[in-house]
Design a binder for this molecule. Structure first.
Ligand SMILES: [Zn+2]
Length: 404
């Protein structure tokens, strides 16, 4: 397939675009490599800017002239954030479609704009989290959830396919870009995102002002990609081994070495198995294959550490119901979000015998306690790529992803 040749901007437009782009790179230097990768496409009369998933930014330069360089720079940063944060793919992962494009676009805009407005950038008419009835500093996916429950959200122009919203009417084509000429292909986009993430982390470590959400995104992207099965085994294995190795004196079983020292009968060590509780979020937004994979891994791990029975607490909006089972079985997912896993964690911690390990299987859209309940290791197993992971004393989170 041949890539579309894009006509260059007219001279005066091109000068204004260059000035705004330079200004944008000065305002958020860690975004410079992204801002300079955007390919402008003239969109006269469109009334605003949009970006497609091939990093083409559609610019109405008449509108830019009315905005001025400073506001145009802010808008360019806004569009760059859409593609840097990979909104297109994140929307696809949530099955955003024609009926929810608008809501996702609003969520993505709010997540970008609270950072930009926080840095006093003069965005024209920005959508902010408070317009969605949400607090600042949240993630796109959280805002989107909230909007799904409240579809009367205000009307909104699309920011284009690069925002994960509907394609803008001015988008030229969905053809893969001839990278560096009329867009950015997926391989280059990944490289640019890594470069930006690196610059974000460097800036934050230096003490520069960078939005906390962006830093979280960057650290997550740069995280070494350790396979989740290995992490889960480690998370479960460590506390399990510390219980089994402690053992308990058992006078009914003589020490196997006793025959070498016949005068001193000694107790053997009874093999102690850890008490494990698993709290399961039954929200239907959990990905079935990931849940099944995590359950298989946990069952195998518990068998290897000698756990013959565990408490399962099914946690949904109504209640947390503990039950005693031999292994994690088929779990039924129910609809509805809004589950609070802290209720299930409290129910688990109150169980007798008291668990030393509490595993939580969830999509991550829940508040978390600040620390693990006393005497327990809390292992949140998050079945979502995008949601930030909880942290705190005694908490060892594991993210279960599709391809890792
Ligand atoms: Zn936008």
């Amino acid at each position: 397939m041949t890539a579309t040749r894009l006509p260059p901007l007219a001279r005066a437009d091109s000068d204004l675009f260059a000035a705004a782009r330079l200004r944008a790179a000065r305002l958020q230097p860690y975004l410079a490599s992204a801002v300079f990768s955007l390919v402008p496409v003239d969109a006269p009369g469109y009334g605003t800017f949009a970006v497609d998933r091939h990093w083409r930014v559609y610019v109405d330069m008449e509108q830019a002239r009315r905005w001025g360089v400073e506001a145009t720079a802010a808008v360019l940063l806004h569009e760059a954030h859409h593609v840097v944060r990979n909104h297109h793919e994140r929307a696809a992962r949530l099955d955003v479609d024609g009926s929810t494009h608008r809501l996702w676009n609003l969520a993505a805009d709010a997540a970008i704009n609270d950072d930009l407005v926080g840095e006093h950038l003069p965005l024209p008419d920005p959508i902010l989290p408070r317009h969605l009835g949400a607090p600042d500093g949240g993630f796109e996916e959280q805002y989107f959830r909230r909007l799904l429950d409240d579809r009367d959200a205000r009307d909104h122009e699309t920011c284009g396919s690069g925002s994960g919203g509907a394609p803008a009417p001015v988008e030229t084509s969905d053809e893969p870009a001839d990278s560096g000429v009329d867009g950015v292909d997926d391989v280059d986009a990944t490289a640019i995102r890594r470069a930006v993430a690196h610059d974000v982390v460097t800036a934050a470590d230096r003490g520069d002002r960078v939005s906390p959400g962006l830093v979280l995104w960057a650290r997550d992207l740069l995280d070494p990609q350790v396979p989740w099965r290995q992490l889960l085994r480690g998370a479960l294995g460590r506390p399990a081994r510390s219980v089994t190795s402690r053992g308990a004196p058992d006078w009914t079983r003589p020490d196997r070495r006793a025959d070498s020292r016949p005068d001193f009968p000694r107790p053997g060590l009874r093999h102690q198995s850890p008490e494990v509780a698993v709290v399961v979020d039954t929200s239907a937004s959990m990905e079935r294959p990931l849940l099944d994979a995590a359950v298989t891994e946990i069952n195998g791990m518990l068998r290897r550490t000698g756990v013959t029975s565990l408490t399962v607490i099914v946690c949904d909006v109504d209640a947390a119901r503990p039950q005693r089972v031999r292994r994690l079985g088929d779990l039924a997912l129910r609809g509805g979000g809004g589950t609070d896993m802290r209720v299930g964690i409290d129910a688990a911690a109150a169980g007798r015998p008291r668990p030393s390990i509490i595993v939580v299987l969830t999509d991550g859209y829940t508040p978390w306690p600040d620390e693990a309940p006393a005497g327990t290791t809390l292992i949140p197993v998050i079945l979502d790529d995008a949601i930030p992971m909880p942290s705190g004393p005694g908490i060892t989170p594991v993210r279960v992803g599709g391809d890792r």
